[in-house]
Design a protein around this ligand. Structure first.
Ligand code: SF4
Length: 76
């Protein structure tokens, strides 16, 4: 599973990510820094937009990381 990661120390609150994928990104009401609404999007189209947002973020504050599902046991 892919996980969306944001480095708030780098975020300058430009809001490009919110414009690109408002289902995943929002901005803090006070300082404008990014807020992750959905850190593990599964929809391919959404993930594509997240990659786009990562690409255009002016401060390189965003990343996608592989998050292993270890530790979770889905028993029927
Ligand atoms: S585009 Fe980058 S700098 Fe702008 S709000 Fe999003 S994470 Fe922050």
């Amino acid at each position: 599973m892919l996980q969306v990661i944001a480095d708030l120390d780098r975020c300058v609150g430009a809001g490009q990510c919110v414009l690109t994928e408002p289902g995943v990104f929002d901005q803090d009401q006070e300082d404008g820094t990014v807020v992750i609404l959905d850190d593990t999007p599964e929809d391919e189209r959404t993930i594509t937009r997240v990659r786009e947002a990562i690409h255009i973020c002016p401060s390189r504050a965003l990343a996608l990381a592989e998050s292993g599902a270890s530790g979770r046991t889905d028993t029927p």
